[in-house]
Design a protein around this ligand. Structure first.
Ligand SMILES: Nc1ncnc2c1ncn2[C@@H]1O[C@H](COP(=O)(O)OP(=O)(O)O)[C@@H](O)[C@H]1O
Ligand SMILES: Nc1ccn([C@@H]2O[C@H](COP(=O)(O)O)[C@@H](O)[C@H]2O)c(=O)n1
Length: 261
């Protein structure tokens, strides 16, 4: 135990892991409630939140599931429907946080939940899907560390920190390939709403994070440490080990992830 704490303390340079989390980790009090571990993953648009969640999901030796804040966009008003490309999708009021909180609480009780499926091309909810309960629940989205009631449900808060020029480049490629946009529409939206929202709302939530992951999935060491940490907390939580579990009992750091999605 102490060797893991020491290696985390030394390996994660400040402010990568905050001292509150390290304290809870040492005391074995990270997850005090029954049910799965709930993890919030925030970061700017196209920072790599979804990719980080998928890698963590794939590396865990427990069941894991990912729920996106984007699934909880409110329906557009009749007026907004007349010109969907002019809508500001980067404002917290665009999301139904109450519905997301209900879903998180359901998963925390170990229940299957109904989650909307969002279509970025039509900017609308197209259907619902059933998400089964899991040991690890990852909630990802640009504002998941902004909303206090939601944030308080998280056992671990992660912020994916990727340079804005890289995020813009990825967003151009992704939104043209997957979201029915043009270069011009992506650039206009970025200047008018995406960048201001990032500066005003998203970047400041980095201070609410327990762990900051620079460069997303390219940061293999950070993902290895997070997964080892989660395996440890799940073991502790499931009563398979006392808080004094030794480093030797920890799952291996080699989870077969080779740095590629
Ligand atoms: N490390 C990376 N290097 C290159 N492309 C990446 C990397 N991480 C994510 N991407 C790509 O960038 C886009 C946005 O990534 P995604 O994980 O969906 O970000 P977010 O969920 O933060 O919007 C996707 O097309 C994804 O394949
Ligand atoms: N109809 C919509 C809905 C959302 N967006 C943009 O998506 C971004 C959030 O998703 P990420 O995967 O990038 O985190 C957000 O910045 C919105 O601008 C959109 O363009 N159209």
């Amino acid at each position: 135990m102490s060797s893991l704490v020491e290696s985390l303390e030394h390996a994660l340079s400040p402010p990568a892991m905050n001292s509150d989390l390290l304290k809870k980790f040492k005391l074995g009090t990270v997850n005090q409630h029954a049910g799965p571990l709930i993890i919030g993953v925030a970061g700017g648009s196209a920072s790599g939140k979804t990719s980080v969640c998928k890698v963590i999901e794939g590396m865990m030796n427990r069941s894991a599931t990912v729920v996106a804040l984007d699934s909880f966009y409110h329906d557009l008003t009749e007026e907004q429907k007349l010109n969907p490309s002019a809508v500001n999708y980067d404002h917290p009021e665009m999301f139904d946080f109450d519905a997301l909180i209900e879903v998180v609480q359901g998963l925390r009780r170990g229940e299957a939940v109904q989650v909307p499926v969002y279509d970025y091309v039509t900017s609308s909810r197209v259907e619902y899907t059933t998400v089964p309960p899991a040991d690890i629940v990852l909630i990802e989205g640009i504002f998941v560390l902004l909303h206090e009631e939601l944030r308080d449900l998280f056992d671990l808060k992660i912020f994916v920190d990727t340079d804005s020029d890289e995020r813009l480049a990825r967003r151009i490629e992704r939104d043209i390939a997957e979201r029915g946009r043009t270069v011009q529409s992506v650039l206009t939206q970025y200047r008018q709403t995406v960048k201001p929202a990032h500066d005003d709302f998203i970047q400041p939530t980095m201070r609410n994070a327990d762990v900051i992951v620079p460069r997303g999935v390219d940061n293999k060491s950070a993902l290895d440490m997070i997964v080892s940490y989660l395996q440890f907390v799940v073991l502790q939580h499931s009563g398979m080990n006392s808080p004094a579990v030794s480093h030797a009992q920890l799952p291996s750091m080699n989870h077969g992830y080779n740095g590629h999605l």
